[in-house]
Design a binder for this molecule. Sequence first.
Ligand SMILES: Cc1ncc(COP(=O)(O)O)c(C=O)c1O
Length: 383
Amino acid sequence: MKPIPYGKQHITDEDIKAVVDVLHSSNLTQGPKIKEFEQAFCEYVGAQHGIAVSNGTAALHLSAIALNVKPGDKVITTPITFVASANCVRYCGGEVVFADIDPETFLLDINKVEMLLHDAPPDTFKGIILVDFAGYPVNLEKYRQLADEYGLWLIADACHSPGGFFCDKNGKKQLCGNGNFADLAVFSFHPVKHIAAGEGGMITTNNDKLYCELLNLRTHGIQQDKSKLTENHGPWYYEMQELGFNYRLTDMQAALALSQLKRAHKSLERRHQIAKRYDEAFKDSPLKTPSITDGVFHAYHLYVIRTEKRDELIEYLHQSNIMAQVHYIPCHYQPYYRNHGWKKGDLPIAEAYYQQCLSIPMYPSLTDGEQDYVIQTILEFFN
Ligand SMILES: Cc1ncc(COP(=O)(O)O)c(C=O)c1O
């Protein structure tokens, strides 16, 4: 029996054809597929602008630069995320301040953030990076209100949540990454994510100025708008007006991502079916399954169960060829962040969560038979 991973890409013949078509074309990078993918993705998440980049980490890095994070600037984020969500602040020399999570949703706890802001001298913090952990959409409307009160920017790390939404106070659906509340939102197209491009990322925004700035930063800081050059020597002339990067996506990756985006709705539906079957199967077991508040449409990047017997269960599952995984080791446990003053005991709710959490297989191509085997193995462990 082949191991069943916790997450996996699904590549169809149509996806392969889309990549091969680009290989036969004249543009391997910076060609028409980039714009096409940016536009289609913006439509999918309801944002005005999209900037495709080489991966989600690059999206976070450019976002931190565009929002002007400077050495010493303090930025708040959650400890229960992939380290990249925090590292982007460090790339700019800023200071990461982790706040504890909500014990029900496992998202950054807005009350803890409010306390931090309230207790600090004015202008201590510059921004907040919010993460839709596992695909659970953060209520950004509430954070926008708080951010405006304290003059902060917001980055929404929506790497886990394309297609997810929360309902605002008027009951209106707010898709993750739609740019209505956060200044910038970032996505990843790593193979375990909803859309697999090998590597890939996207920044979405409704802010025209940030959009133009990000286009320049993606390509070495070279001004993309010819009308903004300080001189013009001729048709060959370009200007590098600030220090940027090569964080471009290739056309092969954009074509692959675009092809996958066409079935994103269907894939998300399948993730929901899988979640529902798990919810049902475990409802009378000692396991805790994800709890969802009303008005939230989860994107189920991960399906995280919790049990005090996590360590024994993961071993049992691995022996049974089920490659369950832990998401995440709290960022402040990492030696790098410990060297920056963080220690065990600083964030008790995140730490208690970490002791119990386990991500079990969740991906659209998981068959009912495979899922039955996962369920049966888990229930067997508890009997
Ligand atoms: C929440 C979150 N943010 C950022 C990233 C970074 O994305 P990438 O791997 O594309 O650089 C990831 C990827 O694992 C992630 O899970």
